[in-house]
Design a protein around this ligand. Structure first.
Ligand SMILES: Nc1ncnc2c1ncn2[C@@H]1O[C@H](COP(=O)(O)OP(=O)(O)OP(=O)(O)O)[C@@H](O)[C@H]1O
Ligand SMILES: O=P(O)(O)OC[C@H]1O[C@H](OP(=O)(O)OP(=O)(O)O)[C@H](O)[C@@H]1O
Ligand SMILES: [Mg+2]
Length: 283
């Protein structure tokens, strides 16, 4: 059994559950249970506060956990980052009141900064040779300057709307964070094997999310150009249509190139394009 710790409720909770379910784990994700047994993959799911997850994984109580890189680095736990997961993307930034002048980080010298990330902030300030006082608070950090507690803050930013509504501006981005899968440093061979299988499944799911299956009809005299445009996993499948001079082309395109490819295909006379999501990709 692989014991997997995920956030019980909060920003990472649903994406963690969705990822594991797409990897074929079937388990209860509703109700008040703090442990769920999975079928479809030999695992137990532990629902925990996110800050506790690195400790559980370091101690080996959980073998694997899903946590924000920000939480992991703040806790300084000795665990292995097994896989970046690409969700819960955010940044840890220093922000100050909008009206405060700011040229560079030296302007923070002698100032006071509120944060829930004192370890990461201190390392950053030390690296930059800045001596600021760190005031550790556990939440609602953005109100600290407005109520006269500190000069600035260091907290998670995503859309920036919390900063905006508290009259703050972002001046230093000190960490880019995303959800990561962490694992215990000394897993036994059986657990390591299970973790390798799980990571293989995660990679297949991630590739599939980034790709689309595309089907289209193309005039035969444009097939060469279309094949160049749609390399697919190996090469596209080409099937003759009943109508003379036409073929059906099936391939895979990457999400990032998607619209550019579609525009080109239309220029080459492609018709009846169908684009279908891919459930899994095993390469
Ligand atoms: N606005 C945001 N956008 C994207 N990701 C975010 C945002 N805020 C936080 N995160 C990421 O999600 C993680 C969990 O955030 P959340 O606010 O749910 O934590 P929490 O309140 O500490 O939860 P818990 O109750 O488990 O301790 C953060 O550590 C961070 O990695
Ligand atoms: O840039 P934004 O999109 O506004 O997001 C940033 C906010 O999101 C997080 O708080 P959250 O909303 O999770 O509330 P919390 O303070 O209860 O963790 C974080 O602590 C910031 O306050
Ligand atoms: Mg927390």
């Amino acid at each position: 059994m692989l014991n997997i710790a995920i956030q019980k409720s909060g920003r990472m909770s649903q994406d963690s559950i969705d990822l594991l379910k797409r990897c074929g784990l079937r388990f209860s994700s509703s109700g008040r249970g703090l442990i769920a047994q999975s079928s479809g993959f030999p695992a137990n799911i532990y629902y925990l506060r996110d800050d506790d997850i690195p400790d559980y994984v370091e101690d080996g109580i959980a073998d694997v956990g899903i946590v924000g890189l920000n939480v992991l680095l703040e806790g300084q736990n000795e665990v292995t980052i097994s896989k970046k997961l690409g969700f819960s993307r955010c940044r840890l930034s220093i922000a100050i009141p909008r009206e405060m002048d700011y040229q560079n980080i030296q302007d923070l010298d002698g100032k006071e900064i509120a944060t829930s990330y004192p370890v990461i902030l201190k390392n950053y300030l030390d690296e930059q040779n800045v001596s600021a006082r760190i005031h550790t608070i556990s939440g609602s950090v953005e109100i600290a300057p407005g109520i006269g507690l500190t000069d600035g803050i260091c907290d998670i930013v995503s859309t920036g709307s919390t900063l905006l509504s508290n009259g703050l501006k972002e001046v230093e981005n000190i960490l880019n964070s995303e959800a990561v899968m962490i694992s215990h440093n000394n897993l036994d061979a059986t657990k390591q094997d299970l973790l390798d299988k799980l990571i293989f499944r995660i990679k297949s799911v991630q590739k599939a999310i980034k790709s689309k299956y595309i089907l289209l009809n193309a005039p035969n005299d444009k097939l060469d150009k279309i094949i160049d445009l749609l390399p697919g996993m190996k090469s596209p499948s080409i099937l003759p249509l009943a109508e003379d001079g036409w073929s059906s082309v099936h391939s895979v395109v990457h999400e990032e190139d998607f619209w550019e490819v579609i525009d080109q295909l239309k220029e080459y006379g492609a018709e009846s394009l169908l684009v279908v999501p891919i459930e899994k990709m095993i390469l």
